[in-house]
Design a protein around this ligand. Structure first.
Ligand code: C2E
Ligand code: MG
Ligand code: MG
Length: 289
């Protein structure tokens, strides 16, 4: 409809910007309620060990089931949550949920599965970041720490000041592992991989996608893996969608893979039923969490 307003750019852009501003305002209001109304859910995507084909880890990905809009994608609401500071509460909730889930699976199924949690730069740059609370929770749940992994982005490591480094160290001291997400999309400097004691590097899906299309891309991935291994860092490929990609990754020595070829992002219950021992699953889970 905006197109019919004429050739004038001003007329063309104004209505859509207003609509967007309104939409965004509304989303912010709704997001403030979302936690209280229990509209957020933590879902899981299995991470496969390529050598054995076994699922040994999972990435926790937040989902927002909006009462009117339905599922809102995290790529849409996480940036808004970051701008407004709501990410702090959401981040604490995600950590707590993932830690309790890990303890629950350990207690009921006897299975240890490492859960990866995405943490935003905004969380690390906040003075009140729940690092200490998070570690207290681990003790409370009697988790070893290695059952959890924090995924961070290159931006955080690039300008990691003393405060950020101290928080990364606190996680590490608690046994929690660190993973660098979306590797290959930013500046990908290598010095900080070692400085920040990164345990895993995740090759972004834009590189994985071209793995079988171009030889250059394959060489690039192979070089990343060789370099990572020299630094004692394990590599996970993200967004693996085809069997051909999986075979390439095995051939170039990639450690783990994640993507629609193996599984989509599923609920905690489906994850446990599909990948962990099924016998102990029951409806007590709801009360536990
Ligand atoms: P990410 O951490 O890089 O997560 C991987 C994204 O790739 C997920 O999108 C996942 O659903 C998608 N994916 C998995 N396999 C495939 C595949 O084979 N092909 C394709 N095309 N995509 C695949 P999702 O769940 O929409 O999340 C988007 C981003 O939102 C995440 O990217 C992460 O940056 C952010 N996010 C999600 N949950 C959280 C959270 O709890 N906290 C924070 N701070 N950020 C989160
Ligand atoms: Mg991630
Ligand atoms: Mg990623």
């Amino acid at each position: 409809a905006a197109k019919n307003l004429g050739r004038n750019r001003f007329n063309y852009f104004t209505p859509s910007m207003q609509v967007y501003a309104k939409y965004r305002m509304r989303l912010i209001q709704d997001l403030r309620q979302a936690l209280q109304n229990q509209e957020l859910e933590l879902h899981y995507q299995p991470i496969v060990e390529l050598k054995s084909g076994r699922v040994t880890k999972a990435e926790a990905l937040v989902r927002w089931c909006h009462p009117v809009r339905g599922m809102v994608s995290p790529s849409e609401f996480i940036p808004i949550a970051e701008d407004t500071g709501l990410i702090l509460d959401i981040g604490n909730w995600v950590f707590e949920q993932a830690a309790k889930q890990s303890a629950y699976w350990r207690d009921t199924l006897g299975t240890e599965v490492q859960i990866s949690i995405n943490e935003s730069q905004v969380q690390f740059r906040d003075d009140k970041h729940g690092c200490r609370d998070a570690i207290a929770l681990l003790h409370e749940l009697n988790l070893k720490g290695a059952e959890l992994c924090i995924e961070v982005t290159e931006g955080l490591l690039q300008d990691a000041d003393i405060g950020v480094r101290a928080q990364l160290k606190a996680y590490r001291d608690a046994g929690i592992q660190l993973s660098l997400d979306n590797f290959g999309t930013g500046y990908s400097s290598l010095a900080y991989l070692q400085q920040c004691h990164i345990d895993y590097l995740k090759i972004d899906k834009c590189l994985t996608n071209n793995l079988t299309a171009s030889d250059d891309e394959m060489k690039l991935c192979e070089a990343i893996i060789l370099m990572a291994h020299k630094l004692d860092i394990k590599v996970t490929a993200e967004g693996v969608e085809t069997e051909a990609q999986r075979q390439r990754l095995v051939a170039i020595g990639c450690d783990y893979a994640q993507g629609y070829l193996f599984s989509r992002v599923v609920t905690a219950t489906v994850f446990a039923q599909s990948y962990l021992q099924p016998q102990a699953l029951d409806c007590k889970q709801q009360n536990y969490l």
